[in-house]
Design a protein around this ligand. Structure first.
Ligand code: PMP
Length: 463
């Protein structure tokens, strides 16, 4: 007689129990789960509800993924339509009407010069996969292997992408200075700092004894996200375009975080008018489901069949959700909305600086905003033209602010070189009232964290 095993008993849905089991069972490498001990059970727009019944305004948005917030009706409808149609959900890289519609919609959003001559490669589902694909593409096309990447960059966690990120040295990557107004490596800040950074790049590339072999490509983020919300000045970006074009070096724009309206333009490179040779896209293009692609000039399409593959590069639900998201952002001019609302939030946050000396710098573009927190009583670290001298970053205060925000029903991200930048990545659909509530709660949280006797507790890891 067969012995029937008792059916496994599902653990009860209790807030504390789930968090306890997570801490016991999940990897020591987990990140957000440490600093944001919540158990989301429902979400709509900008609001997340936890298993404990608490509600939060979400300024993390899946690390900048949710252009339309959680569970937007057009996204849900697009997903349901595919499921109800009986279409296959998994097809590797075969052609489907769903993919055809996605590609058409994506190409309508591209800078004209690129759209007219573009090829697309569907990659494995993560941004880092698309970064790896971009590297393979330019290496195959140029026959060179070296890359140029920037201080403070973040491109992902797989070997090549990590090697191109600041803080992860790779022998095949030459590191160049990314302009930084607040902590200018040359001590001058602003346009002059950006000019010196560009000259340094030019000098290094043309110096036969500079130690930089001829590279296959330069990769950059138009606004560094994880690196602490550092917008590249438009003039500097144009210089990078000239420098790379003049030397036959492909320019890769990593728009994984900046794309789909986030910075006030559909693609962040549009602010400068720069048209890169390769664009890396992920996060928002999948409408909250995993999707990653590279789009590039047809002249680079010299790799062999199968040079880049991945079992999950045909995610139909993500393509449908992505098509709906791209179309909604385009039709409702959400990039413009992100630009105006973001500028208003930035101005309000900058105004807080007079009452809070721990706000070292407030910067951003569109709805990609960073507040760098500093210790105003400590010895200055760097000298900049704009602000005189900049005090050292205060990661412990930033961690305390994140906790105080959570207590006030606001989810924020931390980033930056030292984890001292409070980052806001709200959905592009946020209302004026929600934007005001975010700034109010953040200001209140900052006051509380500044007063807190434990503010010097060790800061946790970010990302
Ligand atoms: N590039 C940029 C600019 C990113 O911000 C990220 C993720 N934060 C990535 C690449 C990597 O994407 P993923 O985590 O999906 O691999």
């Amino acid at each position: 007689m067969a012995v029937t095993q008792p059916a496994p008993v599902a653990p009860p849905v209790t807030h504390d129990g789930i968090l306890r089991r997570q801490a016991q069972r999940e990897s020591a490498a987990r990140t957000y789960a440490r600093s944001l001990p919540i158990v989301p059970v429902r979400a709509r727009g900008m609001t997340i509800e936890g298993a404990d019944g608490r509600r939060y305004l979400d300024c993390l948005s899946g690390a900048g993924t949710l252009a339309l917030g959680h569970n937007h009706p057009v996204v849900l409808e697009a997903i349901r339509k595919v499921i109800d149609s009986g279409a296959p959900l998994h097809v590797l890289d075969l052609a489907t009407p769903v993919k055809d519609a996605f590609t058409t919609e994506l190409f309508t959003t591209l800078p004209r010069e690129l759209a007219d001559d573009a090829r697309i490669q569907f990659c494995g589902p993560a941004g880092t996969d698309a970064v790896e694909a971009a590297f393979k593409l330019v290496r195959a096309a140029s026959g060179r292997s070296e890359l140029l990447a920037f201080t403070g960059a973040y491109h992902g966690m797989t070997a090549g992408a990590l090697g191109a990120s600041g803080g992860a040295p790779d022998v095949r990557v030459s590191r160049l200075p990314f302009p930084h107004t607040y902590r200018c490596p040359f001590g001058v800040g602003g346009e002059r700092g950006a000019d010196i950074a560009a000259r340094w790049t030019e000098y290094l590339l043309d110096d036969p004894k500079g130690g930089v072999p001829a590279p296959a490509a330069m990769i950059l983020e138009p606004v560094q996200g994880e690196g602490g919300v550092n917008p590249a000045p438009d003039g500097w970006l144009r210089r990078m375009r000239e420098i790379t074009r003049d030397r036959s070096i492909a320019l890769i724009a990593d728009e994984v975080q900046t794309g789909v309206g986030r910075t006030g333009a559909f693609w962040a490179v549009e602010h400068s008018g720069v048209v890169p040779d390769v664009m890396v896209m992920s996060k928002a293009i999948g409408g909250s489901l995993p999707l990653a692609v590279i789009v590039y000039r047809s002249g680079l399409d010299l790799w062999q069949p199968g040079a880049h593959a991945g079992t999950f590069r045909g995610n139909q639900l993500a393509m449908a959700a992505g098509t709906a998201t791209l179309a909604y952002v385009r039709e409702n001019k959400l990039a413009e909305r992100a630009g105006t609302l973001g500028a208003r939030m930035l101005a309000r946050l900058q105004a807080l600086g007079s009452a809070h000396p721990s706000i070292g710098d407030v910067r951003g573009r569109g709805l990609m905003i960073g507040i760098e927190l500093v210790d105003p009583e400590a010895e200055p670290l760097t000298v900049t033209a704009e602000s005189g001298s900049a005090p050292p970053p205060d990661p412990a205060l930033a961690a305390a602010v994140q906790q105080e925000c959570l207590r006030r029903g606001l989810i924020v991200e931390l980033g930056g070189r030292h984890g001292a930048v409070v980052r806001l990545l709200p959905p592009l659909t946020l209302t004026d009232e929600q934007a005001a509530a975010v700034v109010d709660r953040l200001a209140d949280a900052l006051s509380a964290a500044e007063r807190s006797p434990n503010r010097r507790a060790a800061a946790g890891p970010t990302r």
